[in-house]
Design a protein around this ligand. Structure first.
Ligand code: FAD
Ligand code: NAI
Length: 499
């Protein structure tokens, strides 16, 4: 017969078992429920068609929040997944694997009430007069003329932006960008190519130095985060696996302005610059890249002197510019579209000159910074607007029927409800703060605090940065993969094999 302690031990073990089983069950439920979508309503020709261009931050947040019972939705994008861009710099050195930060768009659309058509294609033209979009399939398997024109009642335009080059010669030929998954992959392969080539027998000292010189152009958050990741790779992995050449690796960040991260507070700029100094990342401020050659960049420094800097890998991160399709759309509405920066929209995100088009995110010229935060809030706002528009449409139909039958109190009440549904508040942006990783397990954060700002930097902020991004990742699957990648790198280091 068991004594008091034995009984306690059995109960404790049962309790632990229960917690483990319940925890595992909850975990499996939340990670797997996306894999079993239910039945959906068919598309209905009587409903209005909403064409969504893009599946980035703006479009995905719109899709996720939209109640699509009243709409036939068509999603068009050249990639068939949502990319969590804030963690993209980590993919360039293998801290994270590419697939950990993407979510297939069909995982999102298969959970909507009504079926959503998803086309992996590039929109090549928008006709705001006839309300159509021309799309082109970009698969290698289709004929070159696989173009289709799709009519819309409403167009949600969220195609983002492309990389700004300022027309500088050689950028597109020789530099790597950092916007899409394929860019991060290209950087990773090119970085390892530089290192392996530098380690090859018989290389001259000069060539080794060139190959091991990694240059980043643009001291905005993209350039800073990439430089930070590169530094971690050098310290954690390169020294271990390439001891003969690791110390030849140099990182240089070139910025035209007097300091990096102009959008962050002064103390965080200083903190970042001093951390970079400690980490031996050379920061060349007031230095403008003028020309890009195959193996060197030509810069003009603060004293207006022209210098040539040899490089092995060049990453170009000098901000955004409008895509060709956006520039063409602006050219079709010259009286209304007067900003070079992007599309002009009103407070309800209706495109100036074409109110059936709603534009959001990086493709627009608004007072908000082109960030994921702004784009996703706009997507949520737009989904609410569409819900109100659907409600107003229904009430209008009801009202017409009522007026025919018997005018009275019911009509009055419906008119009031209709006016309420039509009274759409303008979009209001709520800034939740800015975060950036700067390397060596340090991050910086500018957070709104009452009416002021709270700035912090260091290892604790890095833990906050990690938890903030893990919690905003799209799905439990993404969260699991990202955490596992971090654990994997901590235990085994980054994988230095070049695919
Ligand atoms: P995107 O997310 O770029 O989506 C555009 C979509 O349009 C894509 O799906 C694309 O495939 C599609 N598309 C393109 N051309 C066409 C076409 N012709 N037809 C149809 N579809 C098309 N912001 C933050 O707030 N916090 C961060 O930490 C942060 N980190 C970042 C890190 C990096 C490396 C980068 C590059 C950006 C980062 N940003 C961050 C900025 C953020 O990613 C953008 O502001 C955000 O993606 C804008 O959302 P969007 O929907 O306008 O465009
Ligand atoms: P950016 O526009 O923020 O910065 C580009 C930098 O390049 C500028 O400081 C500019 O002065 C510099 N530059 C331009 N031409 C140059 C030249 N020829 N030579 C040298 N320097 C030159 O661009 P970035 O970093 O790509 O960011 C784009 C947007 O995405 C921003 O709105 C940013 O806030 C957002 N983002 C946010 C992140 C975060 O919050 N952690 C991370 C990455 C991007």
């Amino acid at each position: 017969k068991k004594g008091g302690f034995g009984r306690f031990r059995t109960r404790f073990a049962r309790g632990v078992l229960f917690v483990v089983v319940a925890g595992a069950g909850t975990f499996i439920y939340f990670t797997q429920k996306d894999l079993y979508p239910g039945t959906q309503l068919d598309q209905d020709p009587k409903k209005k068609t909403v064409v969504v261009l893009g599946n980035g931050w703006g479009a995905t947040s719109f899709l996720k929040q939209l109640d699509n019972e009243e709409y036939n939705v068509v999603v068009i994008s050249p990639r068939n997944y949502f990319l969590f861009s804030p963690l993209l710099p980590s993919v360039t050195v293998g801290t994270l694997e590419a697939r950990s930060i993407i979510q297939p768009t069909r995982f999102i659309t298969r959970h909507k009430k009504r079926k959503v058509a998803v086309y992996e294609a590039e929109a090549t033209d928008v006709d705001p007069i006839n309300k159509t979009v021309t799309i082109e399939d970009n698969s290698e398997l289709t004929a070159s003329s696989s173009k289709v024109t799709i009519p819309y009642d409403y167009l949600v335009y969220a195609v983002g932006a492309e990389n700004q080059t300022f027309g500088i010669k050689g950028v597109k030929e020789y530099a790597c960008f950092l916007k899409e998954l394929k860019d991060a992959d290209r950087i990773r392969r090119k970085l390892l190519d530089c290192i392996e080539t530098a380690a090859f027998a018989g290389q001259t000292e000069e060539e080794i130095e060139r190959l091991m010189h990694m240059v980043v152009v643009g001291g905005g958050p993209t350039g800073v985060e990439y430089a930070g990741e590169l530094h971690d790779f050098l310290i954690d992995d390169l020294r271990k696996w390439y001891p003969e050449i690791a110390d030849k690796l140099r990182i240089t960040l070139i910025e035209a302005l007097p300091n990096v991260l102009p959008a962050f507070s002064k103390q965080l700029i200083q903190y970042t610059e001093s951390t970079f100094k400690e980490n031996k990342i050379d920061v060349l401020t007031r230095t403008m890249v003028k020309d890009v050659r195959e193996k060197s960049v030509v810069v003009q420094d603060a004293n207006k002197e022209i210098k040539e800097i040899p490089y092995g890998l060049l990453v170009w991160a000098t901000g955004n510019t409008s895509r060709e399709i956006t520039r063409n759309l602006m050219a079709k509405l010259p009286e209304h579209q007067t900003q070079r920066r992007g599309l002009v929209v009103d407070g309800h995100m209706r495109l100036a000159g074409a109110p059936e088009i709603f534009a959001l995110g990086d493709c627009t010229a608004t007072s908000y910074a082109p960030t994921a935060q702004a784009a996703s809030q706009q997507g949520t706002y737009l989904a609410r607007t569409f819900a109100k528009m659907a409600q107003a449409e229904k009430l209008k139909e009801q009202l017409a029927e009522m007026r025919e039958k018997a005018p009275g109190d019911d009509v009055e009440r419906t008119v009031k409800r209709l006016n309420k549904a039509l009274d759409l508040p303008p979009f209001h942006y709520s800034h939740q703060g800015s975060l950036a990783y700067i390397g060596s397990e340090k991050a910086i954060a500018d957070l709104p605090f009452f009416n002021g700002n709270f700035a912090s930097g260091g290892v604790a902020t890095y833990l906050f940065w990690r938890s903030a991004y893990v919690s905003t990742l799209y799905s439990a699957r993404n969260r699991t993969l990202v955490i596992l990648d971090w654990m994997k790198v901590k235990i085994f280091g980054r994988d230095v094999s070049r695919e």
